[in-house]
Each structure stands twice: as structure tokens, then as C-alpha cells.
Design a protein around this ligand. Structure first.
Ligand SMILES: [Zn+2]
Ligand SMILES: [Zn+2]
Length: 364
């Protein structure tokens, strides 16, 4: 396939077409797909495709049609409520799990927040839109622009005819100067990002429409501001694979102030030894064994928690090798299990399971 440089909406149709909690075809379908995967815990893509239509027929007012069953889960991959392994096994992400938990308890305000938080993770290319050659976070850009246009909002034409063709940091600089993106090169017409995604955000009241323009909905405004006000333009784009990961340290740093003294306190508490294995050798720096402080529940997860993650009880001293492994290792399972055991008190106190922790370190 040729290179594609425009924002795409994967799958088939909207995720939600009515406020959360209201019954509608798309709302019911989306919730049923999540429930199906939850019941299976892990399900191969093949099994999903074999069984999902019958499941929808039984549990919703779905009527048989010829859509591809893969279209039912792709949007949820794009939004990060589902993940898929390299061996094509689907399961819920941490956020998908929490979203469904609160949805079933009719706590829709919390659900809306999880959607906002997950939009923040969506990027191009993603596992759901592999052919896209962009390296950007579309919703970070959308919300950043909405924050900068509080008075006049963004018009439908701007989103449909300009924004979805935005490719790079330079385009955004151009926008800052001219207030539009008219000069950027456009591919052929393709407005599903607008029709499916942006309109769906209006339906669930993350965005509101006034006089034909789009604005941030009032009751989610403060959350949007926390996420995007201090975010630099650079954090809306990425150039290398390390930033693909949800452990987005740069973004977390721009959003939340951290207290360097807490890191020092943790090192003193740990006697300047690697907590994975106290015999791990490093070198002497400033008269002590060199170790690094790591936030076990990553600061990037702060948006999903009310407890303050910048807490000495959430910081562990690690030797540079272990620290690198936890950020960049291909198989973090073992090291995360060890860390979970060490942090058991903090984890149980805050109802974080071992699976939750593993999922926080998942990189799409
Ligand atoms: Zn770290
Ligand atoms: Zn170590």
C-alpha cells in the first residue's frame, strides 16, 4: 500500500453515538465487544471474528450485515481500550478494564475521563492504522488547538479539510503564524476522522458544538487543561520509537511537577542499593553507590489516578541496568513481577493488581 499521510479512523462507524449510559446501536455494540473480550480474558483474533456476530445478536439488537468482524475491534485498538499481541491475541488494556467496570456501575463521568485519557495515547501509526506514515498524536493536537481557540472554537471545515492532513511540527508552526493550515498538501478526500471520531466526541459530550464550531465541553474542560496546557508542541509529535510507549516520560514531566527530594529520600531509604538485587554492582558517585530512582506506577499514569504518584512509597532505587530494562526491555514480565512483590504494600493499599502493573508498561 502507498504511504498514507492523513488522519484516519479505523474500523466501521462510531464508537459511541449517544451519551454514555444511553442505549443506542453503537453504544450497545461497543460495550458488548468489550464485555466479550473481558469474558474471554484473552481471545485470538480468529476466535473473535468467528464468534462476535453471534454474541452481538444474542446480547444487543445487532442485525446481521456484511461488515468485517475485525472492524468491530479496530477502533477500540486505536483508542487503547483493547490491545493485541504479536501472536494476534486480544485483551482489555488497563483503561479498557476500568472503563467497563465503571460503565457497568453507571459511573459515566468517570468513563468519560477514561476516554479522554485514552485519546491522549492514540497515535499514528498504531496497531489499528499500520499503513499511516505519520508520527503524531492526533488527539493531543486536536485538544491543544481547542485550548488555544477557546473563544472561536474550531470549525467543521477546518477539521475536515485542513486538520486531518496535518503531518508535522512545521505545519503547526505555520498554523500558529497564519491561523490556518490552508497551505498544507492534501491527499484525496477522506473525512472519517471527522465523521466518526470528532462527531462521536460530540455525542458523548467531550466536545460541544455551538454555532457550527467545536469547543471543549464544560465539565471536562479542567481535565483537558491539566493534560494539554503545559504540553509542548514537541510532545504532540514523535520521531523515534521510544516515544511510542505509554511510559511517556517527557509528557509526564510537562504535566506534573515532581519533587527531586523524594528521589533522594528513596535512595537513602534503600541504602543506595538496587532493589531488584542488592548485590548489583554499579560505581561510586558523590561518595555513594550510584543508583537511580524510578516511579513504579509511572507518572504518565497520573491522569488515571487520584492518588499522588509522586510519592516516596512509589519510588524504588534501581541500578542503571535494571532501570534501563524496566523502561526499554522487550520482556519486562519478570522484572515487573519482582517489583510488584517489593511494592506489595503500596499496591494493595491502592488496589493495583499485578496485572494492572504489567499493563501499565505495555507499549503498543
Ligand atoms: Zn524510571
Ligand atoms: Zn539492578
Amino acid at each position: 500500500m502507498a504511504n498514507v499521510y492523513r488522519w484516519q479512523a479505523p474500523g466501521n462507524g462510531k464508537i459511541f453515538d449517544k451519551p454514555l449510559g444511553e442505549v443506542s446501536y453503537m453504544n450497545s455494540r461497543t460495550i458488548a465487544v468489550l464485555k466479550f473480550v473481558l469474558e474471554k480474558v484473552k481471545v485470538s483474533q480468529a476466535e473473535f471474528e468467528r464468534e462476535i456476530k453471534a454474541y452481538l445478536e444474542e446480547n444487543t439488537d445487532y442485525e446481521e450485515n456484511n461488515s468485517t468482524p475485525a472492524h468491530f475491534f479496530r477502533p477500540l485498538l486505536f483508542l487503547g481500550f483493547l490491545k493485541i499481541s504479536s501472536s494476534k491475541v486480544l485483551e482489555l488494556t488497563l483503561e479498557g478494564d476500568k472503563f467497563l467496570y465503571f460503565y457497568e456501575r453507571q459511573e459515566y463521568k468517570k468513563c468519560k475521563k477514561y476516554i479522554l485519557n485514552q485519546l491522549d495515547n492514540s497515535k499514528y501509526p498504531s496497531i489499528a492504522t499500520k499503513e499511516i506514515k505519520l508520527q503524531l498524536f492526533p488527539f493531543r493536537i486536536l485538544f491543544k488547538l481547542l485550548l488555544s481557540e477557546l473563544e472561536r472554537g474550531l470549525s467543521k471545515e477546518f477539521i475536515k479539510e485542513q486538520l486531518i492532513y496535518l503531518k508535522s511540527y512545521d505545519d503547526l508552526v505555520l498554523y500558529e503564524k497564519s491561523g490556518n493550515l490552508e497551505k498544507i498538501a492534501k491527499e484525496q478526500e477522506y473525512d472519517k476522522f471527522y465523521t466518526w471520531v470528532v462527531n462521536s466526541l460530540v455525542n458523548i459530550e467531550i466536545l460541544k458544538k455551538k454555532n457550527g464550531n467545536y469547543f471543549i465541553a464544560d465539565d471536562i474542560y479542567a481535565d483537558v487543561e491539566t493534560l494539554y496546557k503545559n504540553l509542548s508542541f514537541e510532545s504532540l509529535f514523535f520521531g523515534d520509537e521510544t516515544l511510542f510507549c505509554q511510559l511517556d516520560g517527557k509528557t509526564a514531566n510537562e504535566r506534573y511537577k515532581r519533587d527531586a527530594r523524594l528521589i533522594q529520600d528513596a535512595k537513602v531509604r534503600d541504602n543506595f542499593t538496587c532493589q531488584i538485587d542488592k548485590t548489583h554492582e554499579t560505581f561510586i558517585s558523590k561518595g555513594v553507590n550510584y543508583v537511580e530512582g524510578h516511579h513504579v506506577v509511572p507518572m504518565f499514569q497520573q491522569k488515571n489516578y487520584t492518588l499522588n504518584l509522586d510519592d516516596v512509597d512509589n519510588i524504588l532505587s534501581l541500578c542503571p541496568t535494571c532501570h534501563r530494562e524496566i523502561h526499554s526491555g522487550d520482556n519486562k514480565g519478570d522484572i515487573l513481577s519482582k517489583i510488584y512483590k517489593i511494592q506489595l504494600a503500596f499496591m494493595s493499599q491502592n488496589s493495583i493488581s499485578s496485572e494492572d502493573l504489567q499493563k501499565m508498561y505495555y507499549c503498543a
